[in-house]
Design a protein around this ligand. Structure first.
Ligand code: FAD
Ligand code: FES
Length: 517
């Protein structure tokens, strides 16, 4: 499939997603969902099942955003760890977190079974080990916190079941799961259409307004009016400031390497390093391995703040070295990709009514490394809110919440953002356009302005304003994905300035070509 969010392709993207119509007329519906990733598609599926008329639009393809770039561990083991979540949200908070993530795993399994979705869903155990983290007590504290959260079947074992290296003690989370994210979304799409829902791809929302009815306007001027709107664009494109001061965008890197079948026990694995590594297995495509002698070992890590590093090659290399040291049997690396993760300052996703005065607009964001379960929780929670049903999880995930105990990380994240504005007074990445290789980009200073210059493969220069259309930080070139990435709140743009990730909703401005001064 075509990748909507960068140049690299994930292992899932080898699977085709269905061709869908583009929007060519105005529509009145009950619920309009903007964004066809795991969150939007699950909301749409559950609402369509409940008998609501649903319209889903996406500016790319189904699953073309971060759901196509995930590693799809489906787990109640939180990547921010229960012990940290407990400090901010208390025992009641971690109980709800454990209950809702466990319910999300069960719900994915139930949907895959009910809808007969052949998405490689598989129950596997998950193992959390310490890795190089010097904190020797981290696993003991996590075990106690998991038990207080109600995950009483989590236990400390001598080591994770990896023969090629000794992980040391590990926490075992029984009956977690994994799947193929795009095959699952394909199945949801089929079921949504069967239940009367309508799906449109290549339809970009450029304006989202509350009201009775609420309205979504697309870039080609079509209007969808609806009783409720769900903004499931990963980073909400309707909210300009509030949410984006409460979360930070990170990029994470993944490799998928061949290993002999059976050489690594099928399970999910994570360490507690910062950034942490995450590991699972997946089938090699039967065309590439007709004898079924190999599997893919999928390993992720090396995260950094979006737009604050441009060294993808070195990160992939470090990830490969880390993997080879622990899994010396890996052979060919078939896939390398990166993706975006939104880290909320208080660790829990934001799922619910949009903060402020909006009554009919709902959002889901702040997915963290647990976005598959968070997206599924959004399906359940937002369906209840839209249908006017009470949901016991709504307070924990309320996007309007203020978690006073997270004030320190709130301030740190926003000081980091503020410091990015100094890019306005710094020099450019290169002094001359000649220093830009064909097929790449760089920021160039021209007087008081900064220009994002892309030289295409034929050597033609494309000049854009380097000023992000969200809150005016200066974008950076991402040589791994060939995108312009904003260091402030994670907006991303393709080489020609079209928006890939919000919060920005409008493209980078095009400039007339002129020699740099
Ligand atoms: C490398 C990596 C590994 C990960 N591993 C895991 C894991 O193992 N387990 C886990 O639980 N989570 C994991 N995650 C997180 C998880 O994959 C994501 O949080 C989740 O897929 C996000 O789903 P979403 O529906 O919110 O967003 P997306 O899948 O990004 O969907 C949003 C959609 O909105 C569309 N859109 C955006 N703007 C507009 C607009 N203006 N108009 C119309 N459409 C628009 C986009 O095209 C996109 O299709 C990982 C993420 C990454 C990047
Ligand atoms: S994403 Fe906020 S300024 Fe660019």
């Amino acid at each position: 499939m075509r990748s909507d969010s960068g140049r690299t392709t994930s292992v899932w993207m080898a699977t085709d997603v269905p061709e869908l119509p583009t929007l060519s007329h105005d529509i009145r519906t009950s619920v309009c969902v903007v964004g066809a990733g795991i969150a939007g598609m699950t909301v749409a599926y559950l609402l369509a099942r409940a008998g609501r008329a649903v319209v889903v639009i996406d500016d790319g393809t189904i699953g073309g955003g971060e759901t196509g770039r995930t590693t799809a561990h489906i787990t109640a083991s939180l990547d921010d760890l229960y012990q940290r979540v407990e400090k901010l949200h208390g025992i009641e908070g971690i109980r709800i977190a454990a209950e809702s993530h466990t319910a999300a795993i069960d719900r994915i399994e139930a949907i895959a079974s009910l809808e007969d979705i052949d998405c490689d869903f598989e129950r596997v155990d998950g193992y959390l080990f310490r890795g190089d983290n010097p904190d020797k007590e981290i696993l003991n504290r996590e075990l106690e916190s998991c038990h207080r959260a109600g995950l009483t079947d989590v236990e400390l074992v001598e080591r994770a079941p990896i023969a090629s290296f000794d992980t040391g003690p590990a926490l075992c989370f029984p009956r977690q799961a994994q799947f193929h994210s795009l095959k699952y979304l394909n199945g949801l799409a089929r079921a949504i259409v069967r239940d009367g829902g309508q799906l449109f791809t290549g339809a970009r929302a450029t304006r989202i307004e509350d009201g009775e009815p609420a309205k979504v306007t697309t870039s080609d001027g079509h209007v969808i009016t609806a009783d409720s709107i769900v903004v499931a664009t990963n980073s909400p494109v309707n909210d300009w400031i509030i949410i984006h001061t409460k979360q930070a965008a990170y990029r994470s890197y993944v490799i998928a390497a061949r290993v002999p079948r059976g050489s690594v026990t099928r399970a999910l694995y994570w360490d507690t390093e910062d950034p942490y590594h995450y590991i699972r297995l997946h089938e090699v495509d039967s065309v590439l391995d007709p004898g079924r002698e190999e599997e893919l070992l999928i390993v992720g890590g090396e995260d950094h703040r979006t737009g604050q590093a441009n060294d993808a090659e070195e990160r992939f290399k470090r990830l490969e070295e880390w993997t080879r040291r622990r899994f010396p049997m890996i052979s060919n690396i078939d896939f390398r990709w990166s993706g975006q993760i939104l880290e909320p300052v208080d660790y829990m996703a934001y799922i619910g009514r949009n903060p402020g005065t909006d009554q009919h607009i709902f959002i889901v964001t702040g997915d963290s490394g647990n976005g598959i379960t968070h997206g599924t929780i959004a399906g359940m929670l937002l369906t209840d809110l839209i249908l006017g049903r009470k949901n016991p999880w709504s307070k924990l995930y309320d996007p309007s919440r203020v978690t006073l105990r997270a004030t320190g990380s709130f301030l740190r994240e926003n000081v980091n953002v503020a410091s990015q504005y100094t890019d306005w007074v710094k020099g450019g990445d290169v002094g001359s356009y000649d220093d830009i290789a064909p097929g790449s980009g760089a920021v160039v200073r021209r007087g008081m302005t900064k220009i994002a210059v892309y030289k295409d493969d034929q050597g033609t220069i494309h000049e854009l304003s380097a000023v992000c259309t969200h809150l005016y930080c200066i974008v950076d070139w991402n040589s791994g994905e060939h995108t312009w990435d904003c260091p402030c709140h994670g907006s991303r743009f393709d080489p020609l300035g079209n928006v890939i990730n919000g919060p920005a909703i409008t493209p980078l401005s095009k400039l007339k070509p002129e020699a740099p001064g």
